[in-house]
Design a protein around this ligand. Sequence first.
Ligand SMILES: O=C(O)CCC(=O)C(=O)O
Length: 294
Amino acid sequence: MPRIERFKAAQALDAATVLDRDGVITFDRIFDPELVARIGRELQRQVPGAFDEGARQPDDYLSVGEHRINGLVPIGKRLAGALDLLLDPALEVLFNAALGDGWVYESFGVISSFPGATLQHLHSDDSFLFEGSAHDGKLPAFALTIAIPLVEVNDVNGGTEFLIGTHREQKQQSYSGTPVSGTLQPGDCMIWDFMIRHRGRPNNSTSPRPMLYITACRSFWTDAVNFKPEAQKLVIQPDLVWALPLEKRRRLKRFKPMPGLRTGLRSVSRAVNWCAPALHRGLMKLAGRQGSPR
Ligand SMILES: O=C(O)CCC(=O)C(=O)O
C-alpha cells in the first residue's frame, strides 16, 4: 500500500528524491509549533474569514469546493514570522534539489475547509503543460505547493489525499489506485508537485481546518491558472525583505510592497510624471529631489 513518506529536516535531500518519485512528501516538526501557533492567532485576527465562514473573506479569495476557500494573505510586520517559515534551511535544500538553484516564491495565502466541506474533485494544481504531446506527464517539477497546517489535520477534519506517482502520468479521464493521506501536526508541512492528482477530504468536524498555502516554482513559471492576472500573489512589507541577506531575499524577488504612505506617494508621483512631466519636475525641485535613474 503506497503512503506519503515522512522526513526530518536533516533528511531534506532524501525528501527531494522521494518527492521526485512519489509527487508528495511530509516534513515532520520542521517548524517550531509555537511560532506556527502565533502565526495562526495573528492570521485569525487579520483574516477572520479563513476561520469563520461567515466573516470577511481573505483578499482575492477563491471558492475551491463546497465550504472550502483559498485566499491570498499579505505579510506585514505582525506576520513577519511567516518569513522564518518560508526561508527555513531545510526548505532551501529541498527546493534547490527539486526546482533548481533559481527557484522563487510565487504566492502566499491560506486554504481552509469548514465544517460540512465535502470531498473535493480530483485535480492537479495547474493545467497540463504540453498536453497532448509526447512531453505530457514527463516533465520535472516546475512548481510545488507547500501546505503548513495551523491546526492538527486528521481523519475527522480531513487532510489532502493523493494518488501517488500521478505527477508523472498523462492526463486521463479517470484514475485507478487508492488515494493516500496522512495526519499532520502544527510544525509539520506537506509538499507536493503541482501535477500530482489530489483532493481535499471532507471536514466532518465542528471546526475549520486552515493551512498556510504557498507556491514555490522555477523562475520561468508563473501561476496563471489559480489567480486573476492582477492578483497580488506575494505581498510583503518592504523593510522585512530589505533586512534579509541577499541569498534569502532572492527567493522573494517577486514580492510586491504592502501598500503604505510611501508606495501611495510613489504611485501619485508616477501618475503626475506621466500626465504632466513639467509639473512633476517642478514638484521634485521643490521637494529637493533629483529624478531617480532607472
Ligand atoms: O483542502 C485541501 O486539503 C486541498 C485543497 C486543494 O488541493 C486545492 O484547492 O487545490
